[in-house]
Design a protein around this ligand. Structure first.
Ligand code: SF4
Length: 409
């Protein structure tokens, strides 16, 4: 596997923050389903039946679009899907599966693993530094075809949360375009992003020179020894978030917690006032009240355990760098509140101050009265106790400010 400076799939993230590092594994349900959709599209292009899949209509349409788009812009050219380079372990050049179409073109589809030793294969689209001849970036281009004049590059996206304004894949796709142009000696690339489920697409044309400027502009930013981390929309996907100086603690905790939020857009959780759809608000509220509460409890538990272990280590005679043991004497409390009230009253403290001194939970007092009076008077009810207390102690009962919240039910 070439040792890239960065993978092409990280290019959009690096455009926002030159210190971005992808998390090693993304095993979310969306990612798994995205891989399935890609694989089913290849099956379709190979002429195999995908009708058993719930999204077969969108997948079939997407595959047909790949055929017509490449036929229009690279007439007669073969179609290469997920082309892989030679195995980095045994050097075997992988053999694709193929399907020859009625119009004479052949579709080639590569697998992920080496036929001989099973090693994960590197992508074929590699961009090399013209000065050092080292690979700097690259990956696996979903689809390409090489026409007389230009190369056609297609990047398939499943498009679960399609938002054409919110998706910025150009730095990734231009990298593939540059790699394929250089590989085949072409000077123009027509690049298309195809969003399978929403059946959407977007295109742009890029020349060899423009692609080199864009890709090597980013390479320079990433190589810059003075580059600094810049908080961005991708922090939640960054492997360095917990140690990043550009991100505050609250975001770090949220990011960890958001890793568990598979089915909601975590960006809206950061800006809940932008949610307009009640269904989406319900999902956000469920996440905030159930998942986050459980997560906070877990965090507090971790915090408590570390504090207890650190205190025990200190007390066993070991110094803990940057920390000192602090002690606070326990507060002294009076156990007989009646005696305290009488004492203060006799000393001239006013009734209002006395009430503040002796805040009694009303519900608890009513429960106590009920338990004391009920055995002697069967007519006593919780309601009669409440009325009695209101009448006798109305002057000293104060209602605290009301509060309101949303509860699941
Ligand atoms: S967590 Fe830090 S390094 Fe990672 S993307 Fe955000 S700002 Fe950049």
């Amino acid at each position: 596997m070439p040792k890239y400076l960065y993978r092409a799939s990280s290019a959009p993230h690096l455009e926002e923050c030159p210190k971005f590092r992808p998390k090693p594994f993304d095993e979310s349900d969306d990612t798994k389903r995205g891989t399935e959709i890609h694989n089913l599209t290849w099956e379709c292009l190979l002429g195999n039946d995908v009708s058993g899949d719930p999204d077969c209509e969108e997948i079939t349409e997407s595959a047909e679009w790949v055929l017509s788009f490449t036929a229009e812009h690279a007439p007669g050219a073969d179609i290469y899907c997920e082309r892989k380079g030679p195995c980095s372990k045994c050097g075997t050049v992988p053999t694709p599966r193929t399907n020859t179409l009625e119009d004479g073109r052949t579709v080639h589809v590569w697998g992920d693993e080496c036929d001989k030793c099973g090693t994960h294969l590197p992508g074929y689209s590699v961009v090399t530094d013209p000065n050092t001849f080292e690979p700097v970036t690259g990956g696996t281009t979903d689809v390409y075809a090489v026409g007389e004049k230009r190369v056609v590059v297609i990047d398939l996206k499943s498009g679960f949360d399609f938002n054409v304004e919110g998706h910025y894949h150009r730095p990734q796709t231009v990298t593939y375009g540059l790699a394929i142009m250089e590989q085949y000696g072409k000077t123009e690339a027509l690049i298309a992003e195809r969003y399978v489920l929403p059946k959407q697409k977007r295109y742009y044309m890029v020349t060899l020179e423009e692609a080199r400027n864009e890709v090597f502009g980013l390479v320079a930013k990433v190589r810059d020894p003075n580059a600094r981390a810049r908080r961005c929309n991708y922090c939640g996907y960054c492997a360095d978030i917990l140690a990043c100086p550009a991100v505050d603690t609250r975001q770090k905790v949220l990011s960890e917690c958001f890793d568990q939020a598979d089915d909601i857009d975590t960006r809206t959780l950061r800006e809940p006032e932008t949610i307009e759809d009640p269904e989406e608000m319900s999902a956000a509220l469920t996440f905030s009240t159930v998942t986050m509460t459980a997560y906070i409890k877990r965090l507090l538990e971790v915090q408590k355990n570390v504090k207890v272990a650190a205190l025990a280590m200190h007390d066993s005679g070991k110094e803990i760098p940057h920390f000192k043991k602090k002690t606070r004497r326990g507060s002294r409390v009076i156990t007989d509140s009646q005696a305290a009230v009488e004492y203060a009253t006799n000393a001239g403290v006013g009734a209002e101050d006395i009430a503040a001194l002796a805040k009694v939970p009303l519900g608890k007092l009513q429960d106590m009265l009920y338990s004391a009076m009920k055995p002697n008077d069967s007519a006593v009810t919780k309601k009669s106790i409440q009325e009695m207390v209101d009448e006798d102690l109305g002057d000293i009962i104060v209602r605290q400010s009301d509060s309101a919240w949303m509860e699941r039910g």
